[in-house]
Write a protein that binds this ligand. Sequence first.
Ligand code: NAD
Ligand code: UDP
Length: 321
Amino acid sequence: MIGRSVLVTGGAGFLGSHLCDRLLGDGARVICADSLLTGTIGNIAHLIGRDGFRFVQHDVAMPFDPGEPVTEIFNLACPASPAKYAIDPLHTFRTSVLGAMNLLDLARAHGARIVQSSTSEVYGDPSLSPQPEAYWGNVNPVGPRACYDEGKRGAETLFFHYRQQHGVDARIARIFNTYGPRMSPDDGRVVSNFIVQALTGTPLTVYGTGAQTRSFCYVDDMVEGLVRLMAAPAPAHGPVNLGNPGEFTMLELAELVLAKTGSPSRIGFRPLPEDDPRQRRPDISLAGRMLGWAPKVPLSEGLDRTIAYFAERIHQGQTGE
Ligand code: NAD
Ligand code: UDP
């Protein structure tokens, strides 16, 4: 009987690096596999050389041989920012679909449990709010976000059928917008953009009128949810929403960041990107029932911690990668 040996793909990214920290803290061995497309060695520098941690540079679109038995796999490998996943949409699609297939094959071969980081993007521009797992979504399959949204939907299908056809213990987390320290300053997502803009005195780029909403979850809460999903007895249900139901307009977020940073920046409106969802808010009742999980960190507190992180980076002159 081997101890816990956990493969974290995308482990050098924002969410993945926090997950690696948590798993090592829980006493697991951790293999972190990442292509370093949007993640950085800087995110895991404190783990390199630590007992029980191993980093491997690898693209999950290709099959992966960990070289040792693994008992659990968290598949987080995929660029998550619309600005980043649109740079090479075909590779984003390959990452989601071929990556999921390669890792499911690995889970099957090792008898490992596997958790997929799916996304609220599977709901597209939703026609109901909050979004429960039973909602099938409203996704444009041929728009600029399709490589990500449909890639993640395809990955969910693979998880469903590997479970059904091959008995793989495959679980799906539908992650809603998550933020916190170690987001890349040039990542392009709204929380990091607004904070970096406020701290550097440049205009906050609100897309459209800023009336669209998102629900923001602090990274520690998300890691707790992912760990609980992996540890839960085999779930009878399919995907599980993980996110913070607190819903804000982008204009509210901009004003909150300006107030917290005391920044002299103004708000500059930019065109709304095509297919940008108008609203997003998770129904997390299933996660509550199944995992006993609910987020604890309110946006105001999570923003304070994230602003402190970016302020330190900017102070050190590390504003880009
Ligand atoms: P991130 O960009 O910081 O991390 C993604 C990591 O995956 C990076 O380290 C990147 O280098 C790596 N990667 C990308 N393509 C790869 C490939 N082909 N092979 C190996 N590694 C690859 O983003 P994040 O916010 O940490 O997101 C992590 C996961 O969670 C992603 O799968 C994302 O889709 C999912 N997710 C995140 C959010 C969020 O709000 N943060 C929301 C929904 C889903
Ligand atoms: N957004 C914005 N300004 C920015 C970046 C994003 O107003 O500088 C908006 C974007 O149009 C979207 C919301 O903020 O409505 C969240 O965008 P993000 O890229 O963070 O995540 P996603 O759209 O994938 O939820």
